[in-house]
Design a protein around this ligand. Structure first.
Ligand code: MN
Length: 718
């Protein structure tokens, strides 16, 4: 019995069919140690048991799929953890097995890989826009901490594409488009040509079945007629290389269908133009031989001017290296020749994966991140000769991103800087959304606005008409767009609010003098504005509203009334509705609420500050009567105001909580609690509350006063 048969015989229940396992073992045997293969066999047993009874759309037992995925990676000689993860990649999503269980049995590394693949499966791509596809690719790369996760995912997609026939038609189209938009470009970016080519051809085949068939047929026909030519060129090339004593591997190359299709579509070539090109690849041992071979083929056939590319000296961005040249063949037809070393060939086929390829002598326990960095360092080394900026842009940013990608409710992808909050997201969607946002949901759960977003989350903003940005947001937003928009809003709000207030104040003062804005009229207004050195009437109102210019004086000036002319003392008062915005504020010293007797103090640059009539600070302001405005509350002010009460209680455990509960029970929010004094027999507590008006406050105080442990209660007025 051979090694594979021995292992197969050990499996429980001795399965009749091996679901590709025998071939996998034979591949693993060629590069892994038996201990590692046995670990992988345990993963197989676990996976087969978990998926037991499940079938693929094709009717095959489900376990055949993860084994096929593992085979793809084994063909690239990936390490044993990646192979185990490939076998287990669907168990968390599709069976009752958990990550914890996998960690327990197969270690943290395998568990993290499986977890990474499962997370990628949870995000879905819907959009058809190219820019969105680019963002989606970046999001996928940003979500993974280990490149092997994406390798498993690519192999998974490849096998799903290989077995796509079993799927219903609409799913075929969607999956094929996603493969072309997302997965093939990722494979290309990571330099994994073998995945890229197959993903593209399969994607093309299912997205455009008719075009695919036509092209395939035409290609097969031309290949038949070209066979003689290929044979002749191969022999001539081999002879020329042998004559110089060079050992080389010569491969007749077939272009893949999708690249032919793309060339035809993009460069508007006919099929004949594109397919009548012969491709050869010459693989040699070292770099200097590459250039020697180049000389030999140029001597054999005439090179086409302008078609030579030295990707050995200047590699492509994903690390690809080769010499490319196009020659005129024996009958004048173009021959495309690639010349590279075995090592370059391996990198060209496997890209980033070549860094995980198992090496028996490799004793370093480099972390996945470390290896990805090595790969990048290796790439930037190669790129040194040409535009390192471009290289960094395209590769490093993808693998170690400073951006996150989140979904809008419509499924669009929004890139944001790391650390961005829901408010940044709201402003990124639209300035109006940001300005009116009042709450945010992340993955359908309400979160505080200051919450920082993570990759792959879906974010929804709750807006309310008439809502305004909060200046406090400036302390946590990350994006310039949000910051600028909030500042801008504050500024314009302030000027429009102050203009409104100023207009009301001026009208009031004019009425005190038996006139009004309407009676003064536009013409007089215009000349007065010029005389006052102002540009327009709004500016004048703004100055009055902000307290930079006094309304009574301006009124007298407008009417041409002498400074010390007669004027009735103001009888009417300015009515405060609470909706004036930033130009009306409520003094922190006495915390006025609707129902209180109040006065307005015109504070230069700040607008009107409302104080209670019995506020202790009023005495100092009394000296400037011209700055005082008579104000009153509107009938029904529908707002919450801050108010402060002091409560003396008995010194008993739990009394603070009791008082707080009573307040909350009275439909009030507590903003702040402080303990002012703690004595043997009593506590002195201070509560900052939100109340609607005096009646509301009185009701709360009554309820608190009636509590058995409360000794005294009073409303603070410093
Ligand atoms: Mn799968």
């Amino acid at each position: 019995m051979d090694y594979a048969a021995t292992l197969l015989a050990k499996l429980p229940g001795a399965p009749k069919r091996d679901h590709g396992l025998r071939r996998l073992i034979e591949t693993l045997e060629s590069y892994l140690q038996s201990e590692q293969i046995e670990n992988i066999m345990q993963a197989y047993e676990f996976g087969a048991a978990a998926h037991d009874g499940q079938t693929r759309m094709s009717g095959e037992p489900y376990i055949s799929h993860p084994v096929a995925v593992a085979q793809e990676l084994a063909d690239m000689r990936l390490d044993s953890q990646a192979i185990s993860a490939a076998i287990l990649h669907d168990v968390v999503e599709d069976t009752s097995a958990s990550i914890a269980e996998i960690e327990d049995r197969f270690g943290t590394e395998v568990a993290q890989l499986v977890d990474g693949v499962s997370k990628l499966d949870q995000i879905q791509f819907h959009s058809r826009a190219e820019a969105q596809a680019e963002s989606f690719r970046k999001m996928m790369l940003a979500m993974i901490g280990d490149i092997r996760v994406i390798l498993v995912k690519l192999a998974d997609r490849l096998h799903n594409m290989q077995t796509l026939d079993a799927m219903p038609a609409d799913k075929k189209t969607r999956i094929a488009r996603e493969t072309l938009d997302v997965y093939a470009p990722i494979a290309n970016r990571l330099g994994i040509n073998r995945f890229k080519v197959e993903l593209e051809d399969l994607g093309f085949r299912y997205l455009h079945p008719f075009r695919y068939r036509v092209l395939e047929k035409a290609l097969r026909r031309s290949r038949g007629s070209q066979r003689q030519m290929v044979k002749r060129v191969s022999e001539e090339l081999k002879a020329a290389l042998a004559a110089e004593g060079i050992e080389a591997e010569l491969i007749g190359r077939e272009k893949h269908l999708y690249s032919i299709y793309k060339k035809m579509a993009e460069k508007r070539r006919t099929l004949a133009d594109v397919v009548d090109v012969f491709g050869f690849r010459i693989i040699v041992d070292d770099v200097s031989t590459c250039y020697q071979v180049l000389g030999i083929v140029h001597a054999l056939y005439k090179p086409m001017p302008g078609r030579f590319k030295d990707y050995v000296a200047i590699p492509r961005i994903n690390g690809y290296q080769s010499l490319h040249t196009t020659l005129f063949g024996p009958k004048g037809q173009p021959l495309e020749v690639q010349i590279r070393t075995h090592n370059m060939d391996r990198v060209a086929e496997s890209g980033v994966a070549s860094h995980w390829q198992y090496k028996a002598e490799d004793k370093s326990d480099a972390t996945p991140q470390r290896r990805a960095r090595d790969w990048l360092a290796n790439l930037s080394e190669l790129q040194r000769t040409e535009t390192p900026e471009e290289f960094l842009e395209s590769v490093k940013v993808d693998l170690f991103p400073d951006k996150i990608y989140v979904f809008t409710p419509k499924g669009d992808i929004m890139p944001l800087p790391k650390g961005a909050t829901t408010v940044d997201f709201a402003y990124a969607v639209h300035t109006d959304i940001g300005n009116r946002c009042v709450a945010a949901k992340v993955d359908r759960k309400l979160v505080p606005l200051r919450s920082q977003l993570q990759n792959g989350q879906s974010v929804e903003i709750v807006t309310r008409r008439g809502a305004k940005p909060n200046p406090n947001w400036l302390t946590f937003v990350r994006t310039a767009k949000a910051r600028t928009a909030i500042r801008h809003y504050m500024k314009t709000m302030r000027s429009s609010e102050s203009a409104d207030l100023g207009k009301r104040l001026l009208d009031q003062s004019l009425k005190d003098l038996g006139s009004s804005l309407r009676k003064v009229g536009k013409v007089r207004m215009k000349t007065a504005i010029e005389e006052l050195g102002n540009s327009d009437v709004t500016k004048l109102f703004e100055q009055i509203g902000l307290g930079e210019r006094l309304a009574p004086l301006t009124a007298r000036f407008l009417l041409g009334v002498n400074e010390d002319g007669e004027s009735e003392p103001s009888t009417a008062s300015l009515v405060i509705a609470g909706t004036e915005g930033m130009v009306v504020s409520y003094a922190r010293c006495c915390l006025p609420i609707p129902g209180d007797e109040v006065m307005g103090y015109l504070s230069s640059g700040r607008g009107i500050v409302i104080h209670r009539n019995n506020c202790g600070n009023l005495a100092t302001f009394r000296k400037q009567p011209e700055k005082w405005i008579s104000v009153s509350w509107e009938e029904n002010v529908d707002l919450e105001f801050s108010s402060q009460i002091q409560v003396d209680t008995q010194n008993k455990p739990g009394v603070l909580a009791e008082v707080a509960a009573t307040i909350a029970d009275s439909d009030s929010n507590i903003e702040q609690v402080s303990v002012l004094g703690r004595h043997e027999d009593c506590y002195v507590l201070s509560f900052l509350l939100q109340v609607r008006d005096r009646d509301h406050l009185a009701k709360i105080m009554r309820r608190v006063r009636n509590m058995s442990n409360v000794l005294r209660i009073s409303r603070d007025c410093a």
